[in-house]
Structure formats: C-alpha cells, structure tokens
Design a protein around this ligand. Sequence first.
Ligand SMILES: [Zn+2]
Ligand SMILES: [Zn+2]
Length: 212
Amino acid sequence: MELASYADRAVQLVNTADPYRHRDTLTSCEQAKELLAPEGRCRVTNADVAELRVIRDRLREIFDAAEAGRVPRAVQILNSLMKQYPIRPVVTDHDESSYHLHLAEGAPNIAAVYGAKAALGLAVQATELGFDRLGVCQAAPCREVFIDTSTNRSRRYCSDRCATRANVAAYRARRKEQAARVGAAAAAEAQSAEAEERRTGVMAGAGSTRTW
Ligand SMILES: [Zn+2]
Ligand SMILES: [Zn+2]
C-alpha cells in the first residue's frame, strides 16, 4: 500500500462532518466501525469516537488553513498531530496471516492508529503535491474537503455532484442577471416612451386649450 493513499483516511474522517449543514455521521460506535473498516476487525469504544472527533477537527483546520493560504499554520497542526500519533512500524505475521506491515504498533487504541495513518498520509501528499492541493469544496454550502490530484491543479469541488450543482447555479445566476439587464432596459424604454407621450400629450392639451 502506498503511504500517500492513507491521506484518504484524513479526507474521509473530515467529511463525516458537515459543519455548515449540521450533518454529522460520526456520533456512534457503529458509525465509527464503518469508518474504521479498512483497519480490519477492531474493538471500538465511545472513547474512540470522541478521540476521532477531536482528530477530525484538527484535520479540518489543516484543510481550512491550506485553503486560506496559511500554509505555516497547516504545517504546524499537521506536525503536532504526527507527534501525538507517531508511526511505529513493525512487520508481523500475527494470527497465521502472511507478513504485513503495522504502521502504528503499540498505539493505545484504534483511534490513535487511524490518526497516525491519516496524518502521515496527508503529510506525504501535501509535501509531494504541495499544500495548495488540499482543497475545500467551493460549491457553497458544501465544505467537504479533497486532495487535488488533477494534473492542472484545477479542482474546485469535492465531487462531480457539487461541480454540476455549482455549474447550474452559475448558469442560473447568469440568466437572471441577463434577464434583469433586459428587464431594466425595457423598463427604461417604457419610461422614456411614457415621458415622451406625456410631453406630447401636454403639448396637445395646451394646443387644444389654445384652440378652444
Ligand atoms: Zn495485522
Ligand atoms: Zn462539495
């Protein structure tokens, strides 16, 4: 497994919360088990859920800081996470499995294992691709995060769904603006026509007064 692929763990964890739409899919052990499925069979406690939620907030801060161009701040949080959740690799063949690598052997709980892998993966990706590749979705109110692996650094949305939604919204806004411009022009025309009518009307009236 490529170390960079562990960055997906960071993205998945952050996106369990949608702070601007008050959605949170990491509130129970059952939900945590779903998130932790790639870690294999494991015991999940309420303490793990609580710890994962704290890790989630700090990972979110990294993406937000990177998005705002505050890279030193992003680096600072990332380094503190890696210090708290260190990598301790060991090759093992426990339970008659084939030899495989454990990255955070001896971590106190499964949340810590997840935190270690997520932070490491994010660090690998951010240093290889650049911190500007850590993105936050631009299709408001969505604030889901992503890592931009596109060749031209052009990704702005978390998903195709959000890209479509943003494109439709932009199209509607353009149409509305266009309609407003046309409407304003028509109204101005009508107004000047009316004024013209009034002017000629008054003159005609004046003329007729004179005739009478
Ligand atoms: Zn194992
Ligand atoms: Zn989105």
